[in-house]
Design a protein around this ligand. Structure first.
Ligand SMILES: Nc1ncnc2c1ncn2[C@@H]1O[C@H](COP(=O)(O)OP(=O)(O)OP(=O)(O)O)[C@@H](O)[C@H]1O
Ligand SMILES: [Mg+2]
Length: 327
């Protein structure tokens, strides 16, 4: 079996095995993660966001494959910059793009990965067959990977990610390129892994998929956290989202919005003529501060009421936010 230190096992099974604090990653002029903060619970977690949102960047940074310019990521209490080798002992990774050695067959590849993780050749071969059975790859496992369909490759990618029985699993767009039946089967496998007391982080831009298999959802757009919460609460709109209508001078409204951004998440802003704006806000723990800041800035609050959102709407709003920012 893989060599995993007791300490890392204990840490990875804590309540929040993955913690990102104000992580920024840039590629030249492109800011892929922009002060991204998230606390991932020990559940099946969907990392949901449109193309280019920063999902893959976050996964790679968590694995230590990319170095953030600022901020930190703790994986089971281990720092992604300096302890990535220890992290990888107990973490599985299914990359978005092809990562397979096409001149091997699936048995060779998966048992090779098992040996790298520290198993004896004999154990590795047995475990390789077990995980290939689990992902539903039949006799094709003896054919060279270069002859596989996309769906078969996705299954092998999943198999190599779980061969060393990790506690934390990153699946980057696991259903990508699969037909409807293949997608169903992949989602079913992910659900089964999640039930086995693992933390599974699944990135996707398909809301319905994430909603079906994940207990917790983190929505990311433009490298920033948009919303995070239990799937059920997000769907039911129970987690403190309010609509706030304010009236005042344009500059005062501007200054008010900036000060609001310090104390809560301003999810959306709509100007309603020159003197009025409607804001969608969440996470305002101190409700009185909303009114205090308004009075300090000479702003009148016209209404402040809870807003029920469905997840579809939240996700669409995050797309709208992206086009507004123009990057
Ligand atoms: N190696 C790289 N060099 C330059 N830019 C990059 C690189 N990797 C990612 N980016 C940019 O960083 C941003 C975030 O990319 P990322 O791949 O993390 O997004 P994503 O959410 O995974 O998107 P998708 O759904 O398309 O996979 C994008 O603007 C992307 O073009
Ligand atoms: Mg990606």
């Amino acid at each position: 079996m893989p060599r995993i230190s007791d300490a890392s096992v204990r840490e990875l099974t804590s309540d929040h095995p993955l913690e990102a604090q104000r992580v920024t990653v840039r590629f030249g002029q492109v800011t892929a993660l922009d002060g991204f903060t998230a606390s991932i619970p020990r559940e099946s977690v969907g990392l949901l966001g449109p193309n280019g949102a920063g999902k893959s960047t976050f996964i790679k940074a968590s694995l230590g494959l990319l170095q953030p310019e600022a901020g930190s990521i703790l994986v089971g209490g281990l720092d992604s910059r300096s302890q990535s080798l220890r992290i990888r002992d107990n973490v599985g990774y299914m990359p978005e793009h092809d990562c397979l050695i096409s001149s091997l067959n699936a048995v060779e590849l998966v048992s090779y990965m098992a040996q790298i993780s520290g198993m004896t050749p004999r154990d590795a071969m047995q475990r390789g067959h077990e995980v290939l059975d689990f992902v539903g790859l039949g006799e094709e496992r003896y054919r060279l990977i270069k002859s596989y369909s996309t769906g078969m490759k996705q299954r092998v990618k999943l198999a190599q990610a779980i061969v060393h029985d990790p506690s934390l699993l990153f699946l980057d767009e696991p259903t990508s390129g699969m037909d409807p039946q293949g997608r169903e089967e992949m989602l079913d496998l992910i659900r089964r892994i999640g039930l086995a007391d693992k933390t599974v982080v699944v990135s996707s831009h398909i809301l319905q998929e994430v909603e079906r298999v994940c207990d917790y959802i983190v929505i990311i757009s433009n490298g920033r956290l948009i919303r995070a919460g239990k799937t059920q609460s997000l769907v039911a709109g129970e987690e403190g989202v309010h609509t706030l209508t304010v009236r005042g001078d344009v500059r005062a409204i501007e200054s008010y919005v900036r000060s609001m951004e310090e104390i809560c998440n301003v999810l959306e802003r709509k100007n309603e003529g020159d003197m009025q704006a409607s804001l969608l806000v969440s996470g305002c723990e101190d409700g009185k501060a909303i009114f205090r800041l308004a009075s300090e800035r000479g702003i009148q609050i016209r209404s402040y009421r809870p807003e029920k959102l469905d997840l579809e709407e939240v996700f669409l709003r995050s797309f709208e936010g992206e086009s507004k920012d123009g990057n």
